[in-house]
Design a protein around this ligand. Sequence first.
Ligand code: CP
Ligand code: NVA
Length: 308
Amino acid sequence: MKNFLNISDFSSADLREIIDQAMQRKKNRDGFNKSSPDKDEPLKGKTMIMIFEKPSTRTRLSFDIAVKQLGGSTITLDPNNTHYGKGDETLRDTAKVMSEYADVIMLRTSSHKNLDEFASHLSIPLINGLSDLSHPCQIMSDIFTFEEVKGSIENKKISWLGDGNNNMSNSLIEASAKFNFKLTLGCPKKYSPGKKILTWAKKNNADLEIFTDPKKAAAGADCIMTDKWISMNDKVNQKQKKKILKSYQVNSKIMKLAKPDAIFMHCLPVGRNEEVTDEVIDGKRSVVWLQSLNRVHAQKSIINWCIG
Ligand code: CP
Ligand code: NVA
């Protein structure tokens, strides 16, 4: 049984296989209706339970459509009206019951510890649909999108600007080591990557450079990425954090420092005219809507890989 909790848990070869199969499966359904099942329907008769401790638009919809395209069905649960590790039932018992009903679970959680604990009691695969520490499904889709638009990501330069210490930047750092691309982060000291991820990056030979000057991080990049300055459940002084991150905004001046054919990526939801200007996100070099669509294709491959 395989879980999909962090990019760092996998070999480069396994991650490459997941991306390549996603690419193949997307090509195979060229011309199909949006929710028509793939010819082989590998999830026929199978169910995914989705649990969201936090809001979601893309993850909820893209997993739902992914499972439909694989021929299966989904059940979405709100932890507030489910016995989900509350006083009346342990997480262990909830996990055992869900293992009887379904074939795979996707959990979006405020605490990564919940993923680890839930996984330890499940006898079916668990997929991380975003935690406070990582967002592996989004980064896998983003690798897929980058390669669909620009070819192999190996040895390319990706620049991440803004909050360098959140779930997205952690998963991107893990991906840089696994997919062999150069990653430059432009972020203030206060929002630089944490010690744990930096130690992991060093041990795994990630080609990582951190700059406090966003211009240096963006120079010559093949892709500029950013994320919301205030993440869900980010318990910070929002006004102060936005003020500190102001000079890390992705705008047309920053885009001019990247390669002329560089693309702009954002996982969405976006803080418009905060971390990125309308001009950039709505501009020709932005691939954000394709990123949303490709969540479906990358996640189909992740689900297939987990279910085997
Ligand atoms: N990018 C992403 O995970 O979006 P949602 O929060 O809408 O799921
Ligand atoms: N860092 C953001 C990502 C949203 C998909 C958050 O956790 O809110």
